[in-house]
Each structure stands twice: as C-alpha cells, then as structure tokens.
Design a protein around this ligand. Structure first.
Ligand code: ACO
Length: 325
C-alpha cells in the first residue's frame, strides 16, 4: 500500500502586542524615521503586525502554535515522533529551536531539528517531513514556522522595518493511506545571497558584521514574481493537475502585489487567494502556516480542498507544496 502524508491539524499563535501602521509610524517618528500608513498600504498591503516582547523567543511562539495544531488533530504531544521548526530567528546559535520547543512540549526522544530557508522555510520543512513520513522514518510530525523578525530589523531603515512581524504557525502531518501532499518543488540560487540577508555572525564571543536585515526590495520583488509562477507550474505538472484544480492559493505573505500577480499568472480569481499579510505583515517562515490556520479556522478552507502553498525568500530560496487538505 502506498504511504502518504496528510495535514490533520493546524494551529497558530501571535504575540499580543499589535501595532497598526499608524502606531509604528508614530514610534518611528520619535526616532526621526518618516513613514505613513498610506505608503505602507499602497506598496505592500500591510496594515498591522505583531511584535513579541523582548523575553519571548521563536520557540515560545512556536510551542503555542504547536499546541493548537495538536488539539485540532486530536493528538497528545507524546504521539509526535518528529518535530521540524522552520526559522531564521532561532532562540540560540544552538541547540535548535526544535529541541527547545520539544522540551517545552514536555516530550523527549523524537527527532527534532530546524530548517533554515528564510521565508521558504515552511515549504522546505513540510517537504522534508512528507519525505520522512513516506519512507517510514516518521508517523506523526509537527511542522512549525516560528519567527521573531522584530529582533533583526533595522528600525532606522524605513524600507525594511515596516514590512515584517512576529508569529508562528504549525501543522500536524500524519501518515495516511490517502494523499495528502500531492507534490512539491524546492529550489535555491545562492548567487542572490546579497539581495536579502542578515550579514552578521558570532566569532570569538562577539557578533561580527551587521546582524540586521538588509534587502534590495526591487530585486527581491522581480525574482519572487517569476519563481512563484514557475514553482507552482512545476508542482502541478508533477501531480498531473492544472491551475483550475487549485481551490486556494497560499503564497508567502510578503507583499500583496507579489501575491496578486502570482494569482493572475495562475489564472486564479483573487477570491481564491488567502491573504493575511494585511494583519500579520511578513512573518517569514511563519507566514504560510499562519495564513493556512487563519483560513481553516475562518471556515474558508474545508476538508478535501486542494491547496497550493508557496514560499520565496532569502537564499534565494523558493518552492511550492500542492496538497489535498
Ligand atoms: N515609508 C515612506 N517612504 C518610503 C518607505 C517607507 N516605509 N520606504 C521607502 N520609501 C520611499 C523611498 O525612500 C523612495 O523615495 P524616493 O523615490 O524619494 O527615493 C520611495 O519610497 C520608493 O522606494 P522603493 O524602494 O523604490 O519602493 P518600492 O515601490 O520598490 O517598494 C518594497 C518597496 C515595498 C520593499 C518593494 O520593493 C517590495 O515589496 N519588494 C519585495 C520585498 C519582499 O517581498 N521581501 C520579502 C521577501 S521574503 C524573505 O525572505 C524575508
């Protein structure tokens, strides 16, 4: 019998501190940085984001999302035999956020590791978990995207600091006799490292370089629009499906203009595009599972729907996962 993997529960968590564009603009103005709600909404579609308190880490956000996903799947933490956390803002240099989160869930023994593919992290992590389930290495996995991007923002750079937020999303992925994940397609091109990076590292007990996010927004925009279409088409081809088979498109939530352009290229009406970037900003690896959980809990996404998840981000990395929910 063919072994597949299937999402059986979703969950998410946002830190309570919510800043509208007006709130953020007022904070930035006090530091001499000028921006406006109008500029942010028009260029990005973002209206608000959440920022975690200084003592809250990615694993703190991730564990709350994981608990909600476990509850939705009707499982206990002790049922889980694999934890993958997608994050670029882990709690420590090491050990992984996944190991820290495992301990916070009160379990031990199962495999736990992080995946670092920036905003493509969740589709990378989901693809790895799917492969481990299909080959029999795992039966019940927690796949989590969790980020505290507010820690790596340069609040003197208005071209980037207005774009990002903190949060976490999670899914439980279980072995199943029916699909589930239908196909996935992952890519990277390291020659674009410089267009989106946090160019710092730890050495000799010090942080060297510039551990703050730097982005060439226009270069990222151009690359993103192209690769999101090609990854979706490659994934559909692997599953022998077409654009018309997609019920819901859940792209990485970075910029409404990139998302709408992808939907148009896939000939999808905008009503089929799941949008949470307006309320969450860009939460990097957390954005797709946050959007998925929001759409599931609002009743938009129903059991049996076909979903196209798409990530794109620093690396440059990109990828898509097509699945039957
Ligand atoms: N408020 C007000 N004005 C601003 C702001 C701001 N926050 N930021 C920039 N401006 C000004 C600029 O100074 C510039 O002014 P000028 O014309 O007087 O020089 C003007 O607005 C236009 O700036 P651009 O950078 O050209 O604006 P653009 O239309 O390219 O939009 C943006 C910038 C929103 C960043 C866009 O390029 C974009 O969305 N790119 C994709 C980013 C993205 O998706 N990143 C996430 C990838 S995922 C990951 O891996 C993290």
């Amino acid at each position: 019998m063919t072994r597949y993997s299937r999402i059986t529960g979703t969950g998410s968590y946002l830190p309570p501190r919510r800043l509208t564009n007006a709130d953020l603009a007022a904070e930035l103005a006090s530091q001499g940085v000028e921006t406006s709600d109008e500029w942010i909404v028009e260029r990005t579609g973002i209206r608000a984001r959440h920022f975690a308190a200084a003592d809250v880490s990615s694993s703190d956000l991730g564990v709350e999302a994981a608990k909600h996903a476990l509850e939705a799947a009707g499982l206990q933490a002790s049922d889980i035999d694999l934890i993958i956390v997608a994050t670029s803002t882990p709690d420590m240099v090491f050990p992984s956020a996944a190991c820290i989160l495992q301990n916070k869930l009160g379990i031990a023994g199962c495999a736990a590791f992080d995946v670092q593919a920036v905003c493509s992290g969740f589709v990378y992590a989901l693809t790895v978990a799917d492969a481990m389930i299909k080959t029999g290495s795992a039966n019940k996995a927690l796949v989590i995207g969790a980020e505290v991007f507010s820690r790596i923002l340069d609040f003197s750079d208005r071209t980037t600091c207005v774009l990002f937020g903190d949060g976490a999303g999670a899914v439980v992925l279980e072995a199943s006799e029916t699909p589930g994940i239908l196909a996935s397609d992952l890519h990277a091109d390291g020659k674009h490292v410089g267009i989106l990076c946090v160019p710092g590292h730890v050495s000799g007990g010090k942080v060297l370089g510039q551990p703050l996010l730097k982005m060439d927004g226009q270069a990222v925009f151009k690359l993103a629009v192209g690769v999101l279409e090609s990854a979706a088409r490659a994934t559909l081809a692997k599953a022998n499906l077409t654009d018309a088979d997609i019920d819901w498109l859940i792209p990485h939530q970075a910029n409404i203009r990139i998302m709408q352009s992808t939907a148009k290229k896939l000939k999808m009406p905008l009503e089929k595009l799941i949008v949470t970037v307006d309320q969450h900003g860009n939460t990097s690896a957390a954005s797709i599972p946050l959007a998925l959980d929001t759409a599931v809990r609002s009743g938009k996404i129903k059991k049996g729907d076909t979903l196209m998840l798409e990530g794109v981000g620093g690396g440059f990395t990109w990828g898509a996962v097509l699945l039957n929910y």
